[in-house]
Design a protein around this ligand. Sequence first.
Ligand code: TA6
Length: 274
Amino acid sequence: ELIHVDGMQVVRLSNAEASAEVYLYGAHVTSYVRRGVPKLFLSDLAALDGSAPIRGGIPVCFPQFGKRGPMAVQHGFARRVVWELGGALDAATPSVVLRLPPGEHADWDYRLGCLLKVALEVDGTLVCHMTVHNEESERACSFSTALHAYFCTPDIEKTRISGLQGTTYIDQLAGGAVVEEYPDKVEFLSEVDRIYSGVPSKIMIECGDNLVSELELETFCDAIVWNPHVEKSRGMADLPDDAWKGFVCVEPAVAVQPVVLGAGEHWAAILRIR
Ligand code: TA6
């Protein structure tokens, strides 16, 4: 249902049978709880008043990931604007559609429509379905994108990402060097900031012997894996100094090779989390 928190329009989706609940500020999923377990991390210091991108949940990086495009603003403008409801809330599914509001943006003059449909499936799985439409009549357009999801984990130093073995990644901490992922599990004993390409459709986040969360991707062919660790966290005003121990970002994306959309063409990608 639609609720208002401190003047912000917030959507709450819930599926009692599956014991699942989602909160969204605009198109930014800020909370997803399934069977009583919070799956997504939200910083206690996150700005929820629109004054800055929300630290946590699932920021929508669009039409650019990071600085990999023409825009000066990191991760594009989409996570910095409040998206509008793209249709009636569907309490049955339950689901909601958000539309990126048209408007002028620095460094960007293409008309590129974007919708995000967020739904809870019958088993409580969270689905984020992103569609992009090049509304230009003549011009092709390219974009990169990521659903920059922050996952809770009990202890980052016991956390491993499995499913990425055999892929290659761009190491953002080593000047973009391309590295082959040998070990069968990605570990977090220091800051990790990697853009994996050609990722499989299923990625698992494990902590110790437990499966913490599972991601299923359609069309997203890349994934960024990030944890700031202790030093970088100190410099982040919207993240408590020790919060890095409790989350890992696994970000389904198309970030290595941008998407090129011809005039009038559509693109779609899906992320499922459980
Ligand atoms: O998740 C990868 C990354 O590009 C990191 O380099 C780090 O900058 C992170 O995004 C957070 O970016 P933000 O602009 O939200 O502080």
